[in-house]
Design a protein around this ligand. Sequence first.
Ligand SMILES: [Fe+2]
Length: 260
Amino acid sequence: MAVYVTGDTHRDFSRFQEDAFPDGPNLSKDDYMLICGDFGGVWDGSPEEEGLLDWLDAQPFTTLFVSGNHENYSRLASYPQEQWRGGLTSVVRPSIRLLRRGQLFELDGKRFFTMGGASSREIPILERADPMFAVRRKWHEYRKNVYWIRGETWWPEELPSEAEYRTARDTLDAAGWKVDYIVTHCAPTFIQNLFDLKEAQATGSYLVNGLTDFLEEVAQKATFDCWFFGHYHGNYVIENRYVLLYDNIIRLTAETSDKT
Ligand SMILES: [Fe+2]
């Protein structure tokens, strides 16, 4: 069994093609590709998207992801939930699973705590029910502003609910706040604050929020070997054990399963 980790895919799974990921053909469904949020493969439900999910499901490995901020939460909620390897998942395809928030999974003898989500609320969010919707949209388009529409391209579920925070704390309490790996989309506040915030000043997407503060609490209280996250679109190791992933794929465990 091997566990691989990568960053935001945004529905582009070309990094898993054989020429980009030569380990692929040697893997089995007992090997895992873990995506640190912004999976993006559950978005508009188009035939193209269904085909992409079918292609991913047909790959030799099992795909796992935590949620990011660029996900269609209405559609994600429509998939059946299933307890799997110690934690709660949503089953998108037989071998594509969302690892839900505040869960602890055992993979290859290691314990993975998962807490997806990130804030993009500082980007203007329009509501179709707003009588000024058309005017506001026209104004943002004229200014070439990025904007999102509630329930169509943005969902409040991008940040955890109070129940999910409670679940996360209960899970960590039960584990004695001791895990092997932590997998999230955004980073704890003190790590996020290390990034160049030029982009944040333009988009506001990297501001401190309740989730980054919660993750900071986890960083202070939990014992863990390594923390993987995405969101900031880069590949860096920070303070030895905080690993930002974007398009890089890293292998956590050395052994691969024997298909024969
Ligand atoms: Fe992203």
